[in-house]
Design a protein around this ligand. Structure first.
Ligand code: ADP
Ligand code: AMP
Length: 222
């Protein structure tokens, strides 16, 4: 059993690393951004509320986000642990997560922090393409799809996220530094932060990440 929180700015590569990790462990990847996008696609009240914030590059308020993620964590597939991607993003969310896990007799075991320069973040966000069917993420220069515009995994069409416009990207990065970056110290103080050089290629970051998780001695194939 292991509970993992991937920390890092938008575009750092959290989703990419979380997907690879989820195949290895295997544990579910819970992405708050994906949960919001599913709610928007389904046209739920939560989705409508979240869209206002997402379109502006702001954080969705804690009272909406915490309940949504807590509900997901209560599902049976999360009973053996989880890989959280994009949550928590505020101090309030970090405290709420600790409470939710404590009620299940668990705690966050490790927080890999994917560290990348602001210039790299912008380059990665600008070239990001996502499969509309299965959510697999590509980059037009760094990890391109084989057949132009089509997902390697499922053949679905690739799209650029509507919140990947230049203005929204800039705002999301500002919001990250103001509201989420303080969590680096928060998790460091708890002795569970592991800093990863996210400037390296995808496979190298994944290799170092797996080493860090193996070193916990909690779970995972060798
Ligand atoms: P996040 O989930 O942190 O917002 P993503 O995983 O969606 O970031 O990655 C953002 C973009 O950068 C994607 O297009 C992805 O293919 C690309 N990417 C991710 N990690 C790397 C890396 N280590 N090197 C080069 N490109 C990367
Ligand atoms: P992501 O897919 O992680 O890039 O998230 C996309 C957008 O969803 C963010 O820019 C926020 O508007 C919203 N969002 C995702 N996760 C959270 C969170 N933990 N707290 C608040 N807003 C979030």
């Amino acid at each position: 059993m292991v509970d993992i929180v991937l920390l890092g700015a938008p575009g750092a590569g959290k989703g990419t690393q979380a997907e690879l990790l989820a195949q290895w462990l295997p544990l579910p990847r819970v992405s708050s951004g994906d949960l919001f996008r599913a709610a928007i696609a389904a046209g739920t009240a939560l989705g409508l509320r979240a869209k206002e914030y997402i379109d502006r590059g702001e954080l969705v308020p804690d009272e909406v986000t915490i309940g949504m993620v807590a509900e997901r964590l209560a599902q049976p597939d999360c009973a053996q642990g989880v890989i959280l991607d994009g949550f928590p993003r505020t101090a309030g969310q970090a405290e709420a997560l600790a409470e939710v896990l404590a009620r299940m007799g668990r705690k966050v075991d490790i927080v890999p922090y994917v560290c990348v320069s602001p210039e790299t973040l912008l380059r990665r966000l600008a070239g990001r393409w996502t499969c509309e069917q299965c959510g697999t993420v590509y980059h037009e220069a760094y990890s391109p799809e084989k057949a132009k515009g089509l997902c390697d995994a499922c053949g679905g069409k690739l799209y650029q996220r509507p919140d990947d416009t230049p203005e929204t990207q800039k705002r999301r990065i500002e919001v990250y530094f103001a509201q989420t970056a303080p969590l680096i110290q928060y998790f460091k103080d708890r002795g569970i932060l592991v800093e990863l050089d996210g400037e390296q290629d995808i496979a190298t970051v994944q290799r170092v990440l797996r080493q860090a998780i193996r070193a916990l001695g909690l779970t995972g194939p060798c």
